[in-house]
Write a protein that binds this ligand. Structure first.
Ligand SMILES: Nc1ncnc2c1ncn2[C@@H]1O[C@H](COP(=O)(O)OP(=O)(O)OP(=O)(O)O)[C@@H](O)[C@H]1O
Length: 441
């Protein structure tokens, strides 16, 4: 009896200790936050290094010492350490933003180097965030660079974004755009949004001082097949450089509370014509699902599902076809290429890509646009009617080829021809599973 009383007392004591430990941990965390807040807000002077380093911008009437101190106290999160994130982070670090967060889940690849200029040959294979951090620290040791090597999702977005004053969207997919938008609205943070493709770029600031948010303008996501990324559409590095630098500029103006922030307006850059256009956007939508007074979206949702896409899966974004309408690249190789059996391979990439590399067996190049517009299909169909052979369709990653098969199938059937089949996973799958020496891009 005495023993079990003693056991109970020990148990009570252990529980007390656990509770006290938890309380202590919480208090330490609060103190740390307070200390950070205090340090941030008590910066009242620039040191000699900072005066010299930033002198050329401090002398601007729009900045001055007080402006430089604001930049020093500010924190900015750059989401995406790619084509836009690199120049953006570079200019923010150069300008002396006191704490810069860099978030990306990806690793540096050779195909990144033509435009993502903070990465180098030496950092291929490293995480993008580590690569950016190393470069920025070399540029400016007076500031803090914080890395987040993770995919931004509904589960982590609020906890990460709330640590920063301004958010820069330097990502490349619609799901993340909606996620960032909604999280920024919920946290009341401005979102500096940019995009670049081919020789064109766009820039605007969402959720800033009563201006519209992304959902005000685009309440529903575009169909996934209508969205082109840099991997498929191409992009020139200088274009991402222009837009990324402008994103840094807007961020700096927001931090300084300066006039002219690009809210409620959209800047369009045409690199081919060297022309900028500034469009007035619709104002904040009174019925917007997220930023109106009576929002219907009050917590973050599953944005990949919302946009019917996967934010990170670069290889299998579309799955339009039944298995019987597709063939694996290995099977195609063994059955047709290795045996030399007569067949027709249609490569639906653009002419420039076709010139870069082609599968063996004399494929015919009909770009997807020509297939969809019916420009060159008659010629192929007539040829097949004269001498029918099995038809296969290929592209870089296996998305456009599926669209082409879907489009061609009824045309083939109407002429009593066996419908074409898609080479699953495209040239990427070929390099991975058939020929590692086939160029990957
Ligand atoms: N949800 C997300 N979480 C974290 N990083 C993201 C997210 N969505 C996109 N990104 C990152 O944003 C960056 C966008 O960069 P960019 O548009 O230059 O594309 P890329 O993926 O590096 O290039 P490519 O399309 O040529 O392969 C990428 O590094 C990508 O990893």
């Amino acid at each position: 009896m005495g023993e079990s009383n003693g056991d109970m007392e020990i148990e009570v004591l252990e529980n007390d200790i656990r509770t006290l430990r938890k309380l202590l941990r919480e208090k330490v965390q609060q103190l740390k936050t307070l200390k950070k807040h205090f340090q941030k807000n008590c910066v009242t002077k620039l040191n000699n290094d900072e005066i010299a380093r930033y002198s050329r911008q401090i002398i601007l009437s729009e900045i001055g010492v007080q402006g430089q101190l604001k930049l020093k106290k500010a924190s900015v999160l750059v989401v995406g350490a790619g084509g836009l994130g690199c120049p953006s982070a570079l200019y923010l670090a150069g300008a002396g933003i006191g704490r810069i967060g860099v978030l990306d889940y990806d690793e540096v690849e050779l195909t990144n180097l033509h435009r993502q200029l903070l990465h180098t040959e030496a950092t291929v294979g490293l995480t993008k965030v580590d690569s950016v951090q190393a470069q920025l620290e070399q540029l400016n040791s007076q500031i803090e660079i914080q890395t987040h090597h993770t995919q931004l999702t509904s589960d982590n977005a609020i906890a990460i974004l709330e640590q920063y004053d301004v958010i820069v969207d330097a990502t490349d997919n619609v799901a993340t755009r909606y996620l960032l938008n909604d999280a920024c609205v919920m946290l009341g943070k401005p979102l500096v949004s940019g995009s670049a493709l081919q020789l064109e770029g766009q820039l605007t600031v969402y959720n800033y001082r009563g201006g519209p948010c992304y959902r005000c303008l685009f309440p529903t996501p575009p169909p996934p097949e209508s969205v082109t990324n840099c991997g498929d559409g191409g992009v020139l590095g200088a274009i991402t450089g222009v837009i990324g630098a402008l994103q840094a500029l807007e961020t700096i103006k927001i931090v300084l509370s300066n006039e002219g922030v690009l809210s409620g307006r959209l800047l369009l850059f045409d690199g081919q014509q060297s022309a900028f256009r500034n469009l007035k956007l619709r104002p904040k939508k009174p019925t917007c699902a997220v930023c109106s007074d009576t929002p219907t979206v009050t917590k973050l949702v599953d944005y990949e599902q919302f946009c019917r896409m996967k934010a990170t899966d670069k290889d299998t974004a579309l799955s339009l076809l039944a298995p019987s309408e597709r063939i694996s690249v290995r099977e195609y190789h063994d059955q047709w290429v290795a045996t030399g059996q007569p067949h027709l391979l249609i490569d639906v990439r653009g002419a420039n890509q076709f010139e870069m590399c082609q599968l063996p067996g004399a494929p015919v190049n009909i770009p997807i646009e020509d297939i969809l517009s019916g420009k060159r299909t008659d010629e192929i169909l007539s040829q097949l009617e004269r001498s029918p052979v099995p038809v296969y369709v290929v592209c870089r990653r296996g998305n456009d080829s599926q669209l082409a098969v879907r489009h061609l199938e009824p045309l083939f059937r109407s002429r009593n021809l066996a419908p074409p089949r898609d080479l699953s996973g495209g040239l990427h799958a070929w390099t991975k599973t058939v020929d590692p020496n086939f160029p990957i891009y």
